[in-house]
Design a protein. Structure first.
Length: 425
């Protein structure tokens, strides 16, 4: 039979009255009762208030009723096969004191998981059903970071949705920067807090009134360490002697990707059915997974040569990332390069200097296309193919500043003036 005893753990004027609930010799639960007392009016031997005043008598009466309440709930729980835990005990205390109990979805990490579970049924930016794999992965990483914060800063205590306010965001932001996370990743986390809280509000979960004032942050400095393959490096890759069929196949995807500028999720799903003929020209037509946009990319002679030598066979993204590093290593793409290396999931990335082939991943295809053709093809045409929403984002993507763009325009104006002068002559 479970037994309940009240105890104090301090001698102050406002001592908390604790409950020690013994289920058996091995299982003893502790929780605050929700009542306080001046320690000098407490009897340790009787485990109750001294009956000297009406208020002390009233307190004893409440404690007696709480004892009965918990024991009755215990008998019912045992009969129904409910596990008796400290959380169960806290729920009984809160119920007795007429407090609104914390339900499962009030806990932030639980609600984030609910958001992840319902991702296939949520509307995305294109007003279609289902969030992208990338977005879902971002939310999963966000949840892991929140759990890490709880473990380090809250001593394992769960963060409630309603406690996400401006003061909390500042503490969280400082913690993330102290752990070495990038400004952009910190900004994504803050934006995710706002998204999750707004979604919780739609489901009648209490949130802070300050959520609407939570502002994200982003990096204001110009980009650095843009990793791409130059035209000369692509030529070296093309000429490299490869013995493994898997590497030869990966090389085809890599070189084709540098010529059509698509994300790996679209590139690696291209088949012969995507190849179209318009007049004398050949194009690749596809619907981009991330944007839902239908694009047509003209095929340059080098791209046509790759396709006519035999379309590369399908390969998974992890294998592609693995093989193209080996391809570039065989091609001696080993210039010492500074780049940001990803750590395991949930860990901040770190800056490293290594041979360039180690920095190569699937993203190099789209970035090489944008970088190498910038200045040779009108920027709006490139943006239409790479699916960048603004010229500012496009320039950041290829490591160009607004000053680079201005200098490029001056160069074009100079050529235009020269052409006009020659026309007059």
């Amino acid at each position: 039979m479970a037994t309940l005893k009240y105890l104090l753990q301090s001698k102050s004027e406002n001592s908390q009255i604790y409950i020690r609930y013994s289920i058996n010799r091995k299982k003893v639960l502790w929780r605050k009762s929700g009542f306080i007392i001046d320690a000098k009016y407490w009897s340790d031997s009787l485990s109750q208030p001294l009956q000297k005043t009406d208020s002390l008598k009233n307190l004893k009466s409440k404690l007696d009723k709480l004892n009965v309440f918990i024991n009755e709930a215990y008998n019912e729980a045992v009969g129904n096969g409910v596990e008796i835990t400290t959380e169960w005990l806290q729920l009984q205390i809160d119920s007795f004191n007429n407090k609104v109990p914390v339900v499962e979805l009030d806990i932030l990490s639980n609600y984030i998981q609910k958001f992840i579970d319902e991702a296939p049924y949520k509307q995305n930016q294109r007003k279609e059903l289902g969030l992208s794999k990338g977005r879902i992965q971002n939310i999963k990483l966000f949840k892991n970071t929140v759990l890490k914060y709880e473990a380090e800063m809250l001593k394992g205590k769960s963060l409630l949705v309603k406690n996400v306010d401006l003061q909390f965001i500042e503490k969280y932001k400082i913690w993330m920067f102290s752990k070495g996370y990038s400004t952009n990743y910190v900004g994504k986390n803050i934006a995710n807090f706002r998204t999750i809280c707004r979604d919780a509000f739609k489901n009648d979960i209490e949130i802070s009134t300050q959520v609407k004032n939570i502002k994200s942050i982003s990096e204001s400095k110009e980009p650095e360490n843009i990793v791409f393959l130059t035209e000369e490096e692509q030529e070296e890759i093309k000429k490299a002697s490869l013995n493994r069929e898997a590497l030869i196949n990966a090389r085809k995807w890599l070189l084709l990707g540098c010529l059509i500028g698509q994300r790996a999720s679209d590139l690696l799903n291209i088949t012969k059915s995507n190849i179209k003929v318009i007049g004398d020209a050949k194009i690749i037509e596809l619907k981009q997974k991330k944007t839902g946009k239908l694009v047509a990319i003209p095929l340059l002679p080098d791209a046509i040569e790759i396709i006519e030598s035999g379309m590369p066979y399908k390969i998974s993204l992890p294998r592609f990332n693995e093989y193209i590093k080996d391809v570039c290593k065989e091609a001696n793409i080993n210039t010492q390069t500074k780049w940001r290396k990803k750590q395991k999931q949930g860990e901040p990335s770190i800056m490293v200097i290594s041979p360039k082939y180690e920095a190569i991943s699937s993203h190099v295809c789209r970035r090489s296309f944008a970088t190498n053709f910038y200045g040779h093809i009108p920027t709006p045409v490139l943006m239409n193919i790479t699916a960048h929403s603004s010229e500012k984002m496009f320039l950041l993507y290829i490591g160009k500043t607004t000053y680079d763009n201005a200098l490029h325009m001056l160069e074009l104006f100079g050529k235009l003036a020269t052409n006009k002068e020659n026309a007059k002559k």
